[in-house]
Write a protein that binds this ligand. Structure first.
Ligand code: FAD
Ligand code: NAI
Length: 475
């Protein structure tokens, strides 16, 4: 006997669980299916983000930053620490506890919003009565039906061709978040977001870290000036990043991993490391969904093809998050989930892709929203730029964290803010002001005329806005 619902969401990552909650708020009878389980077999909703992504990586970034502060920076404050020790097992345990709090939080939210959660793999069975039959394969097999389906099955780590993850020596993001002891030498392939965040964690804890990147440019999607400033900071920290390499044979044995590669000068090199994290991007995940048999259209990358409203080619079937086009970010997945739930309810859900912020949680943090200077140049848009260094900000000096800057790009004629870019302390939080300003189509003058608390890092945002008109007050 199948169980009828108004909406079935497959996947309980940020795209799926948020869509399920929003739909329930709008009065729908919602089922959410997710197959993730903890190592000891307990249901663990939250997807990649909660289990092996955003949340655990930020927990380890925080622990490792605390350690580095105590080891290297407390002295500047007149605080002497003797006998400083690191307990990696405890750090990993704390990270797991933070993940569990988030899993439990989502289970609580499902109950609160009356979303029925099924732990198991969801797959399309057949079309029925203008809707679909979905099977749940798990400890308790079930058959569900609904007229509306949201697929939010996320993504998985891309492996190097012929080099599968063993999560012992060759690690994806999963293994990278549960290394049991600090490796003496750690290698990473790919200096993208995971490469920089995970490289930072293990470098801070004492590993000698080398990152091999195929592209000749560092962080090509980031504003060039900001990327240059960030690279300088990482070089100073001892994070070794080699650009323009071509990775060849990777051999893994009991003693570790050896990576043959050609460097930017064309010279043959070998990198010997204890562990290798492969962070070369992620692939949309549709395994086990029975998507193709159902006639669901997939793109070249294995992504589910959707239109601007997240509609697939099948009536009543929507897809959101990492499994579709666009940036693979939790908040982008959430926004799409909310918008689709609202569209199903007959409302006008909307996502502005130009206003999806990016944050890289290294130290200094890198954050941006809107267009980069190179994008504006390429599009022939006439713009004005203003920058303000954290070095000239009183709060940053008090914090002892003066690396980096805030940069504003505004339209030359209208002064509308076109992009805001930051590298420096708490950029992850500061970028929110830029998102709000741009959502309201503010000008740089609007920000320049708003009273910001003193002393605060956010004064750098105001000063960068003033810099657009060449009238900074503190620099
Ligand atoms: P996912 O979170 O991948 O969730 C999909 C869920 O669907 C999973 O639980 C999966 O088990 C389940 N599933 C798949 N197929 C089925 C099926 N057939 N039946 C049932 N269940 C199924 N983004 C940020 O914005 N900020 C960050 O700081 C950040 N840090 C990250 C750090 C790392 C190390 C990684 C790997 C990613 C990070 N991301 C971050 C990206 C973020 O995790 C993803 O963009 C986000 O999780 C996408 O959400 P989603 O709902 O589309 O998919
Ligand atoms: P990425 O796309 O950020 O970076 C991959 C890097 O690997 C690129 O620089 C690419 O040029 C390089 N590369 C690809 N193939 C290579 C090869 N064969 N040899 C050497 N280099 C190679 O992907 P990453 O770091 O794996 O992260 C995946 C995604 O997860 C991110 O794009 C992002 O969407 C999400 N994420 C977001 C975070 C955040 O918001 N703070 C944190 C971590 C991940």
């Amino acid at each position: 006997m199948s169980k009828p619902f108004d909406l079935i969401v497959i996947g309980a990552g940020p795209g799926g669980y948020i869509a399920a909650i929003r739909a329930a708020q709008l009065g729908m009878n919602v089922a959410c299916i997710d197959e993730w389980k903890t190592a000891d077999g307990k249901p663990a909703p939250g997807g990649t983000c909660t289990n092996v992504g955003c949340i655990p990586s930020k927990a380890l970034l925080q622990s490792s930053e605390n350690y580095e502060h105590a080891a290297k920076h407390f002295g500047e404050h007149g605080i002497t620490v003797s006998g400083l020790k690191m307990d990696v097992a405890k750090m990993i345990g704390r990270k797991d506890a933070v993940v569990k709090q988030n899993n439990d939080g989502i289970l609580y939210l499902f109950k609160k919003n009356k979303v029925t959660y099924f732990n198991g793999r969801g797959s399309f069975v057949k079309a029925v009565d203008g809707g679909y039959e979905i099977a749940v394969a798990g400890d308790k097999p079930e058959t569900l039906t609904a007229k509306q389906i949201i697929v939010a099955t996320g993504s998985s780590a891309r492996a190097l061709p012929g080099v599968p993850f063993d999560e012992e020596h060759i690690l994806s993001n999963d293994g990278a978040l549960r290394i049991g002891a600090v490796p003496k030498k750690l290698g990473l392939i790919g200096s993208g977001v995971i490469g920089l965040e995970m490289g930072s964690v293990w470098r801070r804890l004492g590993a000698e870290v080398t990152v091999l990147e195929a592209l000749p440019t560092f962080l090509g999607a980031v504003d060039e000036q900001i990327a240059k400033e960030a690279k300088k900071a990482f070089d100073k920290q001892g994070l070794k990043i080699e650009l323009g390499v071509k990775v060849g044979e990777v051999k893994s044995g009991k003693k570790g991993v050896s990576v043959a590669y050609t460097n930017a000068k064309g010279e043959a090199q070998t990198l010997e490391v204890d562990k290798l994290i492969v962070s070369i991007g992620r692939v949309p995940h549709t395994v086990g969904l029975n998507a193709e048999a159902m006639g669901l259209k997939l793109g070249e990358r294995g992504d589910i093809v959707v239109d601007d409203d997240c509609k697939t080619n099948l009536p009543g079937v929507w897809a959101v998050g990492d499994v579709v086009r666009g940036p693979m970010l939790a908040h982008k997945a959430e926004e799409e989930g909310v918008a689709v739930a609202e569209r199903i309810a007959g409302q006008h859900g909307h996502v502005d892709f130009n206003l999806v912020p990016w944050v890289i949680y290294t130290s200094p943090e890198i954050a941006w929203v809107g267009k980069t200077e190179q994008q504006l140049k390429q599009a022939g848009v006439k713009y004005k730029a203003g920058t303000f260094p954290f070095m000239a900000n009183g709060r940053a000096r008090a914090l002892g964290d003066t690396t980096g800057m805030v940069k504003f790009l505004a339209d030359v004629a209208t002064d509308e803010i076109l992009g805001v870019h930051m590298v420096g302390p708490m950029a992850s939080e500061l970028i929110a002001e830029a998102c709000v300003a741009m959502a309201f189509r503010a000008s740089s003058e609007d920000i320049a005329r708003i009273c910001h608390a003193h002393p605060s890092l956010s004064e750098s945002t105001k000063e960068a806005a003033l810099a657009v008109d060449k009238r900074t007050l503190n620099f």
